[in-house]
Design a protein around this ligand. Structure first.
Ligand code: HEC
Length: 628
């Protein structure tokens, strides 16, 4: 409770702070359906069964806002055998649960004492001897540095010993079905967000819990930290599914500042923040693309943004939107007002170019017409002011939203585009001649290179995968400055180009030309799986000297020889691990985040419960087997 109170106070404070600096309220127009409300089935059941009394018309009935302060359990109990049982008698238990989940706050599950490091009797072999100790170091940011190369050198894992990687410990999170917050290691601690709306500090050596702290919503990103002189995390920075961003003081264990990055109710943070000097840069994306599937939704008003925040005070230094303010542009097919331009969300972490004082982001498609020149583009912004320095758009006229997949297509833009987001961050690296170069991979399956010295002029482009709405490059490529490693996820679902051959697998290309060096298509591990098993590599890849790691939607983590593409090691995480300190632990598909490596260990989360993939709730730690 204490922690929650503190959060609440900080939110109130932050709301005022945010109000001062974030000027633009998009919602001066009254909306028939509000974005924040349409996200769940629970909302629908609530509207049909509860709203008549709880919308303020029946005075004795607590308002929706009041109900939203109760816990899920309390609401479920009121509906099942409490004060509201006659109101809910016609609903099934699962419908009641949907309503309770929609209205209620999910309390962070108190973990069994045995989870906590303090209470664990570490076995002698586990106690920290110097020999056993992790090297000092950290794996800052999503891309392990400012340039998003996803290259880690502080490791003793090599091509020769990688086959000796063995599962060492498992950390399971209760009551969740996905695990996609990339572990961030600072000192000897892993910081990780979760679907249980928390951040956790986990002992990197033993996998026990140091502490956990509740936040407002699911944290999907890689936490980034500001470190003290010993390399330990002093402040943490992260964002959540509801679009809130946070600065957190590790020692005091309290939120320093927090507010919604932009005012749009459907905004969300899926890309990891990045810290440079005194500023944290947050990329902003949205869930509006899904809301648009609802024909009475007023589509669309979200626009992608980067928000630059003072790392200590939380003061917003600048907000750079990817499109102009949306205006009323007509009506949809059932007469609901339509707005545009919109979209061009930023799904992934920005890349910092210290030499040129720039920040690069990749954008997604427009949600509605008119289209802009900033969708499906790489955009360079001034680190100082957020001013747009250049834009390189690779796919023109791409307006698309989830309505296009529905029968009515009420909100689908005319002549919908192919939905070719840049989901992975642009990488700033060097080519074989030592010249700096920006490379970026797109859902189209194409990879591009741009010249940072020439306003981002395109140097080359190559079709590496087949691409599609669920195809191509998703969350992250990697490079060791010798080759560029491109994970391709050409899943056949929602696939326009299904007739072309899928190229799911890992591909290495020349940085100077994009020419293929090797291609290893993922071996079929799906058999006759009843779920949407796929050989697609959607999660981000990670490279260490000589070895590339890439996890599959099929639940298999593989190590590839960086020179030849030969598979050196694999581990199928789609298994039930059983009871781990009182929590039922299970692995599933790898999606979104990629492996993090330090010393002789590899850490990866497993489980992703969307798109028909396999759920899971674990952080896995692998270690090179010590010689007997
Ligand atoms: C016919 C009007 C009506 C309908 C329909 C209705 N409620 Fe209520 N609800 C009330 C009233 C009136 C109260 C306050 C009862 C009291 O405390 O005297 C209440 C109380 C509650 C409480 C207890 C709040 C607390 O402070 O403990 C919950 C929870 C609740 N309602 C949820 C729901 C849900 C969920 C639905 C839809 C399935 C629903 N109600 C449908 C009228 C209604």
């Amino acid at each position: 409770m204490w922690a929650n109170d503190r959060i609440y106070r900080h939110f109130k404070h932050a709301a005022q702070l945010g109000g001062l600096v974030l000027c633009c309220t998009l919602f001066t127009v009254s909306m028939r359906v509000k974005a924040e409300d349409v996200l769940t089935l629970g909302y629908k059941f609530y509207q049909e069964n509860c709203a008549t009394c709880h919308n303020g018309s029946v005075e004795e009935a607590p308002t929706k806002a009041a109900l939203k302060k109760l816990s899920v359990d309390a609401i479920e109990a009121a509906l099942t055998d409490g004060i509201m049982q006659s109101q809910a008698a016609h609903l099934s238990p699962s419908q009641r649960m949907e309503i309770a989940k929609f209205l209620g706050k999910v309390p962070l599950v108190a973990l069994d004492d045995s989870y906590y490091c303090n209470n664990r009797l570490l076995k002698p072999a586990e106690s920290v001897s110097n020999q056993n100790k992790l090297p000092v170091g950290n794996t800052s940011n999503w891309g392990f540095g400012l340039t998003n190369e996803r290259m880690i050198t502080n490791t003793t894992i090599t091509k020769d010993n990688v086959s000796q990687l063995e599962l060492d410990w498992i950390f399971a999170v209760p009551n969740v079905a996905r695990a996609r917050s990339q572990p961030a290691i600072y000192g000897d601690t892993i910081y990780m967000g979760g679907a249980d709306a928390s951040i956790k500090a986990i002992d990197a050596q033993h996998g026990c819990l140091n502490w956990q702290f509740p936040v407002e919503a699911e944290v999907r990103i890689a936490i980034t930290a500001d470190v003290d002189e010993y390399g330990n995390a002093a402040r943490l920075y992260f964002g959540d599914l509801s679009g809130n961003i946070y600065g957190f003081d590790v020692r005091a264990q309290e939120i320093l500042w927090s507010f919604k990055a932009v005012p749009h109710p459907a905004s969300t943070i899926t890309g990891s923040p990045i810290l440079h000097e005194d500023t944290v840069y947050f990329p902003v994306s949205s869930l509006e693309i899904v809301l648009a599937a609802n024909e009475s939704y007023q589509c669309c008003t979200f626009r992608g943004a980067v928000v630059a925040v003072d790392k200590v005070t939380g003061r917003v230094k600048w907000t750079a939107y990817t499109t102009d303010k949306p205006a009323l542009v007509g009506e949809n097919k059932i007469g609901i007002p339509r707005y545009g331009p919109s979209g061009a969300p930023i799904w992934s972490s920005p890349t910092i170019d210290t030499k040129r004082g720039l920040l690069y982001v990749g954008t997604g498609e427009n949600y509605s017409r008119p289209v802009t020149q900033t969708s499906d583009a790489i955009i360079a912004l001034s680190l100082q002011t957020g001013a747009r320095e250049w834009v390189q758009q690779v796919t023109l006229d791409d307006a698309w939203n989830a309505s296009c997949g529905r029968a009515s297509q009420a909100n689908c833009p005319e002549n919908p585009g192919p939905d070719f987001d840049f989901g992975a961050p642009p990488i700033l690296t060097v080519d074989a001649d030592g010249r700096e170069i920006i490379v970026a991979g797109q859902k189209s399956g194409r990879v591009y290179a741009f010249d940072p010295d020439n306003a981002g002029q395109m140097l080359w482009q190559k079709q590496v995968g087949r691409g599609g709405i669920m195809g191509g490059v998703h969350w992250g490529m990697a490079t060791d400055q010798k080759r560029l490693y491109v994970p391709i996820s050409d899943t056949s679902v929602y696939q326009r180009d299904a007739h072309k051959p899928a190229k799911s697998g890992l591909h290495a290309v020349e940085i100077n030309t994009g020419e293929a060096i090797w291609s290893t298509l993922t071996p079929d591990n799906c058999g006759d799986a009843k779920w949407r098993c796929s050989p697609g590599l959607s999660a981000a890849a990670t490279v260490i000297p000589g070895v590339v790691f890439s996890g599959g939607l099929d639940g298999v983590m593989r190590a590839f020889d960086a020179e030849t593409g030969r598979i050196l090691w694999s581990f199928n995480s789609f298994i039930k691990f059983g009871d781990i300190h009182g929590v039922d632990a299970f692995g599933g598909s790898f999606d979104s985040d990629g492996p993090v490596i330090l010393g002789d260990r590899l850490y990866i989360t497993s489980g992703y419960d969307k798109w028909g993939l396999q759920p899971g709730n674990v952080l896995l730690s692998f270690k090179i087997k010590s010689p007997k």
